[in-house]
Design a protein around this ligand. Sequence first.
Ligand code: SAM
Length: 226
Amino acid sequence: MSEQSSVGDSAATQTLSAAQSRVYWDRRHATTGALASGGNIGFDEPTNAMLYAVRAARLVTALGPGTDPGAGRRVLDAGCGKGYYTRLLAEFGHRVDGIDTSAHAIGECRALAGPRQSYHVSALTDWSPPYLYDAIVSIDVLYHLMDDAEWEASIRHLATLVRLGGRIGLVDHDRDEDRVWRDYQKTRSNGRYREVLESCGFAVIGFIRNDFTDDPSGMHLAVRVS
Ligand SMILES: C[S@@+](CC[C@H](N)C(=O)[O-])C[C@H]1O[C@@H](n2cnc3c(N)ncnc32)[C@H](O)[C@@H]1O
């Protein structure tokens, strides 16, 4: 969930560089609670637990309930943080890779890892597995990429890792314009997501809203068609 409620004057916001952002997230993962570190830092842990539970259900909507126990789908959790959704997707029967730039978060993921999970320290743009994914999700990550070029390159790179007919789910706000909220948060418009995804051979299926309190976030869901 985005932390847009405590926004200052967006026009005057000095945004974090990519390097500063990595330091921010690694420190945040090291110093804040299991859920607040990747969820909403303004919420207590029980409220974050509710938020994560609601969004877990949205993931089922996005990816569908069906999974063949003999050959679960291969899924990438891109920007997995401490791995809440990665572990959940593995429990759903998928074979899941979790990647994140935070070494601290990936260390915690590895300590908690069960079957069908593997974790790697990697930026979205650097991840190069020797296979394609049936689905990629990136939850509350893209709106923390402050640089537009990195934001677009990340989507374009992830898109190349999805098989034909596979899905991609990218979390951001449901909004018609771009907006800087904080030094580490910039949301992009629906139109920009559609434009980039369509130019990568995806058809946009729709937007799955979190619908948790007044949360304007949700998942742009698209399927690879070419
Ligand atoms: C708000 S947290 C979300 C974590 C997780 N998806 C969740 O919902 O619990 C944002 C995560 O994105 C990671 N991140 C930021 N920029 C990244 C990048 N370029 N590549 C990979 N991970 C990145 C941060 O380290 C952080 O763990």
